[in-house]
Design a protein around this ligand. Sequence first.
Ligand SMILES: [Zn+2]
Length: 110
Amino acid sequence: MKELFREREFERVAFFRQVLEDEGIPTMIRNENLTMSGLSEIPIPEFFPALCVMNDDDYPRAVAIIRARLDEEKSDPGEDIGCPACGESNPGNFSNCWSCEAPLRPEVVG
Ligand SMILES: [Zn+2]
């Protein structure tokens, strides 16, 4: 078992757990019970819920998935991206051009 990340907000840990489970990666949340008992109100990182992969072999894949998801969140949807293929401008949260369907961020590869 390997810890991926810990975060004070349980909802966020649970969200990423779901993302990984959807990808077929078995996970568990450490400190879940502590969180539920309200102890997470104490701002001690050791008590934060931690998302872990059950199989160490899944770790690199899980990190890649989370990283990709965080990158998606970071990209400001308000900022347009020019299509590298046809030059149309697309909302920043699009991954493919609405016009010609070319990938807007070809550098993002698993
Ligand atoms: Zn295009």
